[in-house]
Design a protein around this ligand. Structure first.
Ligand code: ATP
Ligand code: MG
Length: 344
């Protein structure tokens, strides 16, 4: 679906809107020249965002906003930015968030993910011990076997149990406590970039589109590297190593993440021009063991989601053939905000 675009003058009057805005916001041609608060509900976040963008000359972004429209209630994200043009002074962009993307941030899903994690964790623990026993016994057996060709069988047992062990270890990792430090998101991205370029022989281009004025962030460096690396690696694998990945960073004001408001957040986007995420996976993409790749374990995005949630952030995606974009939102004072709310 196209974004609804509305242009306003310095006095807050309606200058222009596109057909998507007419449809979503119910704007009509004859309203051109009226103030936005006369055309839309004056209390609405849309009107207020434009007013703030004009007054303070800053860009405002709101995520997961519930909007009442002629078509009923819809979730949207909006950006209001000041622009320099002879015709208009602010541009408002409103995007409807489809179910798939919004669901990622829903509390219900968070609770379900938590339950899934517990289940997997318990199951993984239960499997680990006997698995160690099986492997140990196969190793002993192989030293006792006189006939060399029989060792092939014990070797299969040993290798397969090692593979399972590796899978279980990955499933169990997200549970260590985060190690917090002050870090630059660009350092994290640069590390991911060089790891990825080293892993992929040639044909891969990883472009940077950084906002270098971004402030530093409190977070767990290793977890952030791992989360972003998993997303970038998926992109590279989906493109079979040939294509372009863009790493983008931006600042976002007034971000609502998991129903908490943060005055400032860092937005990181990982964009690729590969085949896109298979439709059948979209609904459950962040669930563990969901994979569309031969040899994939389906843990990469589950881990990324877990790590970003631990940073009080959000992760969502938009994907069609030729364009896949994962957006991470990391609140700048997420840890402080959380400590404060725990005390309250
Ligand atoms: N950028 C992308 N383009 C196309 N498909 C993607 C992209 N990112 C993820 N996918 C699809 O989502 C699936 C799940 O990804 P995830 O990282 O969770 O698991 P995996 O890559 O299959 O296995 P693992 O990461 O555990 O080795 C992938 O198998 C792939 O089919
Ligand atoms: Mg993966």
């Amino acid at each position: 679906m196209d974004a609804a675009i509305v242009a306003a003058s310095a006095r807050g009057t309606l200058v222009y809107f596109n057909p998507a805005a007419a449809d979503l916001l119910g704007l009509k041609e004859e309203q051109t020249g009226l103030t936005l608060s006369a055309c839309l509900n004056p209390e609405s976040a849309l009107v207020q965002a434009v007013a703030t963008a004009l007054k303070d000359n800053v860009s405002i972004t709101e995520h997961e906003l519930l909007l009442h429209t002629a078509h009923g209630e819809v979730y949207v994200s909006l950006t209001a930015s000041p622009i320099e043009s002879p015709e208009a002074a602010a541009l408002l962009e409103v995007r409807q968030i489809d179910q798939q993307r919004r669901i990622v941030n829903e509390e219900r899903l968070q609770a379900q993910q938590q339950a899934n994690r517990e289940l997997i964790r318990n199951l993984a623990h239960e499997i680990k011990n006997p698995l160690g026993g099986i492997r140990g016994a196969a190793q002993l057996l192989s030293t006792e076997l006189a006939e060399a060709h029989l060792k092939e069988y014990t070797q299969v047992i040993i290798e397969e149990s090692q593979r399972l062990q590796g899978l279980l270890d990955r499933l169990l990792t997200p549970h260590r406590l985060p190690k917090l430090s002050e870090l630059s998101i660009h350092e994290v991205l640069e590390r991911v970039r060089s790891l990825m370029l080293a892993e992929t022989p040639n044909g891969l281009s990883v472009k940077r589109d950084y906002d270098i004025s971004l402030p530093s962030l409190i977070g767990d460096r290793e977890q952030l590297i791992q989360a972003i690396l998993n997303i970038v690696r998926n992109a590279v694998q989906a493109m079979a190593g040939v294509g372009e990945v863009v790493l983008r960073t931006r600042i976002t004001r007034q971000a609502t993440l998991n129903r908490k408001r943060f005055p400032l957040a860092i937005m990181v986007q990982i964009i690729d021009n590969g085949p896109g995420i298979p439709e059948a996976l979209k609904e459950t993409l962040f669930y563990p063991l969901v994979s569309g790749r031969p040899g994939g374990t389906g843990i990469g995005l589950h881990l990324a989601h877990t790590y970003i949630s631990q940073h009080h952030g959000a992760i969502e995606f938009d994907s069609r053939p030729g364009y896949t974009c994962f957006t991470l939102m990391l609140p700048l004072n997420g840890w402080q905000a959380n400590l404060a709310s725990e005390k309250a």
